[in-house]
Design a protein around this ligand. Structure first.
Ligand code: MF3
Ligand code: CO
Ligand code: CO
Length: 257
């Protein structure tokens, strides 16, 4: 597969899909409290996407994934499967939402702090969000994918964290995952050149300890090998002539980036 450049009508559909994905994260926030199970969060999001948004939750049955969202708590890096496990005070959780609307995908995730979270966990969450924004700020026509990777890696590692290498961002459009692979580490000036009309996700996973991962027996859940905490944030981003447009921006981020 090669990188698909989107035309204006496709970009407009990606704006719609991106906005819907962002709105699911806004909708779910008040429910992310101690005592709720990740299955309950899954059901609320599923019903909202299907009934209110008239859209499709992309993860459901994607390569055998059994649920409509991913919920990754504490040492889980990504692809956590919603289940009857309940959130507890002090947890950090990533909720990753991908919706399909009119044939196009919007993909975004954020971290939620459940109740009172300790300062070390809060710092990990904050530095990871900053790493994503710093990566997004590299995006413009003519920049290289390696510019994004290096900027993200530098921010994480200079704060004594590590970058997960087994998962990366991706092109997105009619397909959930398209070319290119968007690595969250690397060297500035290396890799593909960005062109206006490309749409990619930037979704760094940052570990408090070492970068190494383990996949659990369910074949999906990725956890830190050393059981340290992990955080992730994700946006879907359009490359423009002079910069970028975040297609999954939430109200709370206006002015932040
Ligand atoms: N939303 C994830 C991503 O950012 C992919 C999840 S695949 C699933 O690329 F099958 F687990 F949903
Ligand atoms: Co993604
Ligand atoms: Co995602």
């Amino acid at each position: 597969m090669s990188i698909i450049i989107k035309n204006e009508s496709e970009i407009e559909k990606m704006r719609v899909a991106g906005k819907l994905a962002a709105e699911v994260l806004e909708m779910i926030e008040p429910y992310v409290v101690p005592g709720i199970s990740t299955d309950e969060l899954n059901t609320i999001c599923h019903d909202y996407i299907v009934n209110t948004q008239d859209a499709i939750p992309a993860p459901l049955n994607y390569r055998g994934f059994p649920k409509s969202i991913c919920t990754s708590i504490n040492q889980t890096i990504c692809h956590g499967i919603p289940c009857d496990k309940k959130l507890k005070n002090g947890d950090i959780i990533n909720i990753d939402i991908t919706v399909i609307k009119d044939g196009y995908h919007g993909d975004t995730s954020k971290m939620f702090c459940v109740g009172e979270v300790n300062p070390h966990a809060k710092r990990l969450v904050k530095i990871t969000q900053e790493a994503m924004y710093i990566g997004i700020k590299q995006v413009k026509q003519g920049a290289k994918l390696g510019d994004i990777g290096q900027a993200i890696q530098k921010h994480a590692e200079s704060n004594r964290y590590s970058i997960v290498r087994e998962f990366c961002g991706h092109g997105i459009g009619k397909n959930f995952h398209e070319d290119p692979h968007v690595l969250h580490y690397g060297k500035a000036g290396e890799g593909e050149t960005l062109e206006a009309g490309m749409i990619i996700t930037i979704e760094p996973m940052v570990n408090q300890g070492k970068r190494h991962i383990k996949i659990l027996g369910d074949g999906w859940t990725a956890v830190t090998k050393d059981r340290s905490l992990s955080a992730q944030w994700e946006h879907t981003v359009l490359v423009t002539e002079h910069g970028f447009e975040v297609l999954t921006l939430r109200q709370e981020e206006i002015g932040l980036i």
